[in-house]
Design a protein around this ligand. Sequence first.
Ligand code: ADP
Ligand code: MG
Length: 365
Amino acid sequence: MKEIRFENVCKSYGKIEVVKDLNLTIKEGERLILLGPSGCGKSTTLRMIAGLEDVTSGSLYMDNQKVNDLPSGKRNVAMVFQNYALYPHMNVINNITYGLKVQKVPADEINRRTEAALEMLQLKEYKDRLPKDLSGGQRQRVALARAVVKQGDYFLLDEPLSNLDAQLRVSARKELVKIHETYKQTLVYVTHDQVEAMTVGDRIALMYQGRLQMVDTPDNVYHRPATIFTAKFIGSPPMNILDMDIYQDKATLANQTLQLSSDWSIYIQQIGEKELAFGIRPEHINLSKTPVQNGWKGHVKYVENHGNSYGIYIDVEGNELIAMSESKKWWPNELVYVEPRMEKIHMFNKQTTNSIGYPKSLIEE
Ligand code: ADP
Ligand code: MG
């Protein structure tokens, strides 16, 4: 099984622990996205898989073999580095084939793989150029081709698309998924971009300050975030987290009380949670110019144009929240009635910041 398994893995540089007690299994053939803000330990984690960094404590398994001490060259990984790391004095074809020649792969096999990679990544017409004569996007494709021809069991990518402009990133994303569907290696993909994570990943592992926050499918990470950090990191603009008084079937924000659904109030009472934070995504809030049944009164602070929609920043007696609106009809200082869609709310324990879960009726939806 070309599976990667971290068991209680820690990584420190001197006294600074940058990866903390990591437990994670990456399944054979899946696309696992390591997502998180800059500095959270993603590259370090990837480099431990590649054998470019030692594991400080704990165990790392690949293919059911403990690899803590196995040199990089014996791990059968292909890696794409964030800065491409192309050989500047070699043309495209030599950049792609160099590693295979070193490995003494037979020439006809090298040709076969290289032709296929050039074709797939649309690099044929550039094969004699030096890296300096290529655009960023073309270089990125060369770096990918070099990793693809290696046909390693594990495909490791460190922010491979981060230097591309937005349009190219979208097409490169699709190319990458296509490559993976052809070769089906175990793929670990590092990014700080939640859109990339959602579109490319079978599963997302979200890290924050060296700790894993959640590992799950893109749908679950978005709809059922395990922590407040996850809830705010995934989705744009981020989820509103409001500090409310929640008692029985009522949730109160600045003396304005919302009625919770009976499912939620029963659930909260069952698990006996008291100190709760209330979460609602901007896209799950309705706005109105006239009073609403179950909502709050506030006023518009400012309006952000997102092209296909508008982000409306609202003040409810000193609490700021964001709602999305498809129409431009909102203006600063205007009165607005805010109605969260109560079937879309989230609840978190304020102390641990962990989700308290969801009433059964909502999970089975
Ligand atoms: P990410 O890829 O998520 O941006 P990294 O894994 O590169 O984060 O780094 C995680 C943390 O480890 C950062 O705070 C970084 O400064 C630190 N770090 C990385 N490499 C070294 C090193 N060789 N020596 C000391 N600290 C390092
Ligand atoms: Mg990094």
